[in-house]
Design a protein around this ligand. Structure first.
Ligand SMILES: [Fe+2]
Length: 400
């Protein structure tokens, strides 16, 4: 929900007769929070309500997923780099951590997208780890780039085509909105001048979808819908995403993490200053290459801390992460509430005097505890919790 956008043709007033040639077009209002929230109005060439078949399906590890029975409280490291690519943007999804506000997973696709998918459980946020591509949705064609976040509103039919048919993603599924945090908006809804991005950084669909037999196939058009963590397939006999136009606030957007404007302080600022998107009781933050703190005695490495009200995950993307050792690109660390965490031995002292960092990572803090799926448990580095224990020759790393 960035700002009002229009693509194609819409009539001067909603809910009035709107023709293409002599054909009356079907208006569909996509309205959030009943009729109180943000909305878009879409004008269909063929009504989207004439599915001819409904079936059930499953994608093991994504929907349904299974939870671990016991989850002792300790720091965790889930090695998503060990996941084998297998499937398209839908069937390659694997859910790793879950609470009632957000589900966090990865997708390692190695096949071109086939069906369209609609997540009626909540908004999604995809982070493109390794390459760009194109999102096709009922709102049109949205190209995305490597290291883009792509926000897909709840119940949007879409599919993702990574360049070359293969791509790795970190995926957040909210249970509600994933949006610009309130503190980055003024009372008119505009992104403030002190926010870490501007309206110009967000990209909307560029062109409406047009049926192409080569791209979309001939015959039946299945749409997979997720609701209450179950998948049903709704089958259309015609291509259901041909619109004449739409306008409104609800549509997918792309934002590149490198357009995030990082803050640096005299002394180290808390992770709050990396805030990027907010959901219901969780936030998504961006750690990007930046100058670090400039007090002559500042310690740029994050201090040890205990946040007893938050679980915290970090997805490591690129660069050297100042506070961690033994973590690689695509690692996810989970530091649960109730257990303190901080820099690995040696990294705190080593950071003194540095002037910049090249780290690139995505963080998510949740107010409710995250529970692990059996799939995540299977790729966990079980020694991570004890990796803070000092080795004999490592010392505290605290002397000058
Ligand atoms: Fe932390």
């Amino acid at each position: 929900m960035i700002h009002r956008h229009q693509l194609g043709q819409v009539p001067a007033k909603p809910h009035t007769a709107f023709y293409e040639g002599d054909k009356l077009l079907m208006e569909q209002c996509v309205t959030r929070e009943g009729f109180e929230g943000p909305f878009s109005i879409l004008y269909y060439r063929i009504p989207p309500t004439d599915e001819t078949r409904v079936e059930q399906m499953g994608v093991p590890g994504f929907c349904p997923f299974e939870m671990v029975e016991e989850q002792p409280l300790h720091r965790r490291h889930v090695k998503t780099q060990d996941i084998r690519a297998d499937g398209d943007f839908l069937t390659a999804r694997r859910t790793l951590m879950v609470n009632s506000d957000v589900q966090i997973g990865v997708c390692k696709a190695n096949r071109p997208a086939d069906r369209f998918f609609s997540n009626a459980d909540g908004d999604e946020c995809w982070f493109a780890y390794d390459r760009g591509g194109v999102v096709e949705s009922v709102y049109g064609i949205l190209p995305y780039r490597k290291h883009d976040y792509v926000l897909i509103p709840k119940a949007t039919p879409y599919r993702i085509h990574p360049e070359g048919g293969a791509g790795t993603f970190l995926v957040f599924e909210g249970r509600g909105y994933i949006d610009i945090p309130k503190q980055w908006r003024n009372k008119a809804g505009q992104i403030t001048m002190y926010a870490p991005y501007t309206h110009r950084d967000f990209r909307a669909p560029e062109a409406l979808l047009r049926f192409d037999e080569k791209k979309h196939g001939k015959g039946l058009y299945p749409l997979v819908i997720k609701k209450d963590d179950r998948l049903t397939v709704h089958v259309y006999e015609h291509f259901p995403y041909e619109l004449v136009g739409w306008d409104g606030f609800v549509y997918p957007v792309a934002f590149n993490i490198h357009d995030y404007q990082p803050r640096t302080g005299l002394i180290h600022l808390p992770p709050t200053i990396h805030l990027t998107f907010a959901g219901n009781d969780f936030v998504i933050c961006s750690f990007v290459p930046r100058k670090v703190d400039y007090h002559e005695k500042s310690i740029p490495c994050p201090y040890g801390h205990a946040s007893p009200d938050c679980d915290e995950i970090l997805y490591y993307v690129d660069g050297t992460f100042t506070s961690r050792k033994g973590i690689e690109s695509q690692s996810i660390s989970l530091h649960p509430a109730g257990v303190p965490h901080g820099p690995h031995p040696g990294t705190y002292a080593k950071s003194i005097g540095t002037r910049e960092t090249q780290e690139l990572a995505v963080m998510c803090d949740t107010l409710k505890p995250l529970r692990l799926t059996k799939f995540a448990d299977g790729i966990e580095d079980k020694d991570y919790h004890f990796s803070w224990v000092r080795r004999e020759n490592e010392g505290m790393g605290l002397s000058k």
